[in-house]
Design a protein around this ligand. Structure first.
Ligand code: CMP
Length: 141
């Protein structure tokens, strides 16, 4: 089915100047960018986004990293978009990510891991709405 998923290009990848290379991977995999914005997240916005991880030991490092520089946030639309995006990214820990994936190619560590993608239909719905109003999303057929 056609799905939408939320993607974030994290501060490490923005700083490496590889937004375009990552967008090309989305496009070559058949995903369409239907909304996008660059933002420098506030601590509050980052903590709200990652609220499900609040009790995890890495929460402080994660939100500190995500507010360390601008991120590029986009909505990707396509057939099985959630799984396709996760396959493109590779494993959360870049050391475990398969060769040729975004994290294997661009990421250094489990926090600075280049990209985020929604992990389920439920989180995609919440995460898209966390960043974009319905009037900011442009279906492209
Ligand atoms: P992300 O997909 O953005 O979702 C939560 C993030 O927490 C994850 O990518 C990692 O960057 C970060 N993280 C740090 N340590 C861990 C861990 N042990 N397990 C899962 N995620 C972690």
């Amino acid at each position: 089915a056609t799905e939408r998923t939320l993607s974030i290009i994290k501060p490490d990848a923005v700083s490496k100047n590889v937004i375009g290379e990552i967008y090309t991977r989305f496009e070559k995999a058949g995903l369409k960018i239907v909304a996008a914005k660059m933002i420098h997240l506030s601590q509050e916005k980052a903590e709200g986004f990652y609220a499900e991880h609040k009790e995890r030991p890495f929460f402080g490092a994660l939100t500190g990293f995500m507010t360390s520089g601008p991120v590029m946030v986009q909505v990707l639309e396509g057939e099985n978009a959630i799984a396709v995006n996760r396959d493109l990214m590779g494993a959360t820990n870049p050391k475990e990510a398969e060769a040729g994936t975004i994290r294997a190619d661009f990421a250094e560590s489990i926090d600075a891991n280049a990209a985020h993608g929604s992990d389920s239909a439920e989180s995609a719905e919440r995460e898209v709405a966390y960043f974009f109003g319905a009037d900011e999303i442009c279906p492209r057929g």
